[in-house]
Design a protein around this ligand. Structure first.
Ligand code: PHE
Length: 357
């Protein structure tokens, strides 16, 4: 066989072998490897080309043309296989990433309002419907607003009774976490007068308060709602009427109320307010300790000294005030036995007692 015929037949068998290999390539990576092994710099075709150099110069163009045809045939076959494999690869990827939309979804429970927040909103709303304006004050207070202006001078035993948390002192004025919402009385009356207004003034002030205390009925942080009204001729009768309406609305029934003489430095006279036991309707049970009555809040007529401390003429104006513990009212309404449950964040309690919004 002549040199040129032998080269030709080498090229023919190379082409046949290559086309078969391309057609059998399993994926794009395998095909790329074949491209390199046949058409690459060190590939089979290059190897055959080396033989061309040994041919007589006249034969070279003939075989050169043949080599080019082979090269083209291989390149075309490669492109065709590549296109086929690309389609196959895409189909495989789509199959692998397929989402089974028939699988039922994982439910995420809807959130609910914390029972204390719900109680706070509910209580505030009742007063707002009665015409009281909502006000707020700072949780970090000074002694003037939390004590002095409320007729609790420095040496007063009530200061010690309040189990106050003091805040690290940053200035000359000692600061504390307010022990009740009553300082909002002072701040609101002062702001009101500074704006040039005159009573009547009717305010409901919900908020957080702090006392160093922790047991079944006490938590170091709890919530109060302060309610007060200042006007000409405000009397205990107004106080009692507002309380009766509020408590009956909150407990959704006609609750009996009783005012028991008490002492608060910032009210005179002062009264603790009891409601007829909501569990036994006054017959006497474990919750009311057999008395038929449950204490719910502190109240009274705003002390003239308090009115004077903010510049309200205590001869012309009088006012009533009361402060209630939100947790206590929610516990009574929902039958919750331990106040600490509110703050332990046990989801079982929260999802049972939380109120969907
Ligand atoms: N500030 C009082 C307390 O926290 C409650 C109260 C408010 C009493 C207003 C009388 C008038 O105990």
């Amino acid at each position: 066989m002549s040199e040129i015929d032998s080269l030709k037949s080498q090229l023919e068998s190379l082409q046949a072998e290559a086309l078969a290999a391309f057609a059998a390539a399993a994926d794009l990576d395998a095909l790329q490897a074949l491209r390199v092994s046949y058409l690459g710099k060190k590939g089979a075709l290059t190897e055959v080309l080396k033989g061309v150099g040994k041919l007589p110069p006249a034969d070279r163009p003939v075989i050169g043309k043949f080599v080019n045809q082979t090269k083209q045939a291989l390149a075309q076959a490669l492109d065709a296989s590549e296109a086929k494999l690309a389609v196959k690869a895409k189909a495989q990827r789509i199959e692998a990433e397929r989402i089974d939309v028939t699988l039922s979804g994982r439910k995420r429970g809807a959130g609910a309002l914390h029972p204390v927040q719900h109680g706070l909103d509910e209580i505030t709303a009742i007063f707002s419907q009665m015409g009281f304006a909502v006000a707020e004050g700072p949780e970090i207070e000074d002694e003037f607003h939390n004590f002095d202006a409320l007729n609790i001078p420095p040496e007063h035993p009530a200061r010690a009774m309040h189990d106050t948390f003091f805040v690290k002192q940053m200035s000359d004025t000692p600061m504390l976490l307010r022990t009740h919402t009553s300082p909002v009385q002072i701040r609101t009356m002062k702001r009101f007068l500074a704006e040039g207004d005159e009573p009547p003034l009717a305010v409901v002030a919900p908020g957080r308060v702090y006392r160093c205390d922790y047991d079944v009925t006490h938590s170091p942080m709890f919530h109060q709602v302060e309610v007060f009204k200042v006007d000409r001729d405000v009397s205990m009768a107004h106080l009692k009427g507002v309380l009766k309406h509020f408590l009956s609305t909150y407990f959704e029934k006609d609750v009996a109320i009783r005012l028991r003489p008490h002492y608060f430095p910032f009210t005179e006279p002062s009264a603790e307010v009891d409601i007829g036991c909501v569990f036994c309707a006054g017959k006497g049970c474990r919750i009311c300790k057999g008395s038929g009555w449950i204490e719910v809040l502190g109240s009274g007529m705003i002390h003239p000294n308090v009115l004077q401390s903010v510049g309200v003429d205590s001869d012309a104006f009088s006012g009533f005030a009361f402060g209630l513990g939100v947790e206590r009212l929610v516990m009574l309404k929902q039958g919750i036995p331990d106040l600490r449950l509110f703050f332990e964040n046990d989801v079982r309690f929260l999802s049972r007692m939380g109120v969907a919004k």
